[in-house]
Ligand binder design. Structure first.
Ligand SMILES: Cc1cc2nc3c(=O)[nH]c(=O)nc-3n(C[C@H](O)[C@H](O)[C@H](O)COP(=O)(O)OP(=O)(O)OC[C@H]3O[C@@H](n4cnc5c(N)ncnc54)[C@H](O)[C@@H]3O)c2cc1C
Length: 399
């Protein structure tokens, strides 16, 4: 939608083909229905790609201010919440509507329920032929913005990757990202629903490969919440080559060793009168403490005063270093984005295909994904803008 509007504004005659019955369906589910459409602090460190240099080239062409101006210019008041940008009205549907109205005003021809099935370049004329569910169309320039395959119910079912492969592109392996992780341990049912501020780290052998801090959520099958979402792409790439990956959780991330000692001394008198379960009440969520007491081999109803010191040490240790093992993640259906895709090394800095000149790429179809915080949608706007500016310019030059 951004690419179509931008190209039309540059004077191009634009046809927008959408495989589904409506445009911009994914927008409605973003940001829990509020659409976190961008971020004031944009830099390449919030993004993942195999080619950070090329990413910076593209990001540098359309920044946070450009996105705010664009949306305010099409009628959508944008308001920051911290650094995160949202529509001021709090409705994701307003973002979809503003884009739809602007598309109509720009004179973009819209073909709905029109699925692109193949893209090829005509040898003699150099025209680009797009074979679709509604017949074959010819264009001077084509921008592919089919998304990845996350949340395929919204339309992005991975067909963009097949189109790219059909043009001779390779793919950085595509895995679900911003998705919950499934763990091997059998005891998650008992702690499902618990939420806690935690530091979460991912370990491959003896090396910590990533860490995040935020609100962790425990589910029936494993771990979820923003810090786990952010780690999931790394976990999924490791899981492609090995069966499980270790996750360590620190439920008391603000406490150093000395703080822990002081805390234990303060709590020591409680041991006299209380059972083990009572003694640990109030430290973390009750369900967690019950689990940790059991994992430490203590009886919850036994007298805390008689409980062995090593057992209590072990419970405190689990609060700081709870280790579980991810064996998989939620599927593409549950993922917010896909990691991997068309390599940036196979496109120019204007996102034109090096395999089939005249075809451009935008959005999640490319090997770019990001943390939570509006960065993924910013990439969609930014890359759509960059591809369309270049495609329209080249079209004018050729005319
Ligand atoms: C639940 C959820 C919440 C999210 N929340 C946020 C958020 O708050 N902030 C944020 O920055 N990001 C968020 N994201 C990620 C963000 O929505 C995506 O990164 C972004 O929408 C990608 O844009 P895109 O244009 O590349 O692809 P999409 O938005 O997926 O759009 C691709 C379009 O192409 C169409 N299409 C696909 N294949 C074909 C074909 N062969 N022919 C014709 N049409 C085709 C699809 O129907 C679809 O309409 C969220 C994602 C999900 C699933």
């Amino acid at each position: 939608m951004m690419a179509a509007i931008t190209a039309a504004r540059q004077g191009a005659q634009v046809t927008l083909m959408e495989g589904g019955p409506r445009l911009g369906r994914k927008l409605l589910v973003t940001g829990n229905g509020r659409c976190n459409l961008g971020n004031l602090k944009l830099d390449s460190s919030s993004y993942y790609t195999q080619d950070p240099g090329r990413l910076e080239d593209v990001l540098g062409q359309f920044g946070a201010r450009d996105a705010i101006d664009f949306f305010q210019g099409i009628g959508l008041l944008v308001r920051p919440k911290g650094d995160y940008l949202y529509p001021a009205c709090g409705q994701a549907s307003a973002v979809q509507d503003a884009l739809r109205y602007e598309l109509q005003a720009s004179g973009v021809r819209q073909l709905l329920s029109c699925r692109a099935e193949r893209v090829r370049r005509e040898g003699r004329s150099g025209e680009i032929r797009v074979e679709t569910s509604q017949g074959t169309f010819s264009f001077d320039r084509v921008i592919l913005a089919c998304g990845g395959q996350a949340a395929p119910k919204t339309g992005s079912d991975g067909s963009g990757y097949r189109l790219a492969e059909g043009m001779g592109h390779s793919l950085i392996p595509v895995v679900p990202a911003l998705v919950p992780l499934k763990c091997r341990e059998p005891y998650f049912k008992g702690v499902a629903g618990v939420r806690a501020d935690a530091a979460v780290s991912l370990w491959q052998g003896k090396a910590c490969v990533a860490r995040e801090r935020g609100e962790l959520q425990l589910t029936e099958t494993g771990l979820s919440g923003i810090p786990v979402f952010q780690l999931s792409r790394v976990a999924n790439y490791i899981l492609k080559s090995q069966r499980e990956v270790e996750i360590r959780v620190d439920f008391l991330p603000d406490y150093g060793e000395e703080d822990m000692e002081r805390l234990r001394l303060l709590r020591e008198p409680l041991r006299k009168e209380r059972t083990v379960e009572e003694y640990f009440t109030g430290l973390l969520h009750k369900k967690l403490m019950v689990l940790f007491v059991k994992l430490a081999g203590l009886s919850p109803v036994g007298a805390a005063g008689k409980a062995p010191g090593e057992g209590l040490d072990r419970v405190y240790g689990l609060c700081r270093d709870f280790r579980v093992h991810a064996v998989g993640s939620g599927s593409f259906e549950n993922a917010q984005v896909c990691a991997g895709g068309v390599p940036l090394s196979e496109v120019t800095e204007e996102l034109e295909s090096l395999k089939m000149p005249g075809v451009y790429f935008a959005g999640e179809l490319l090997d770019v994904d990001a943390k939570c915080g509006g960065y993924n949608l910013h990439w969609a706007w930014c890359s759509g803008y960059v591809a369309a500016m270049a495609a329209a310019k080249k079209g004018r030059e050729d005319a």
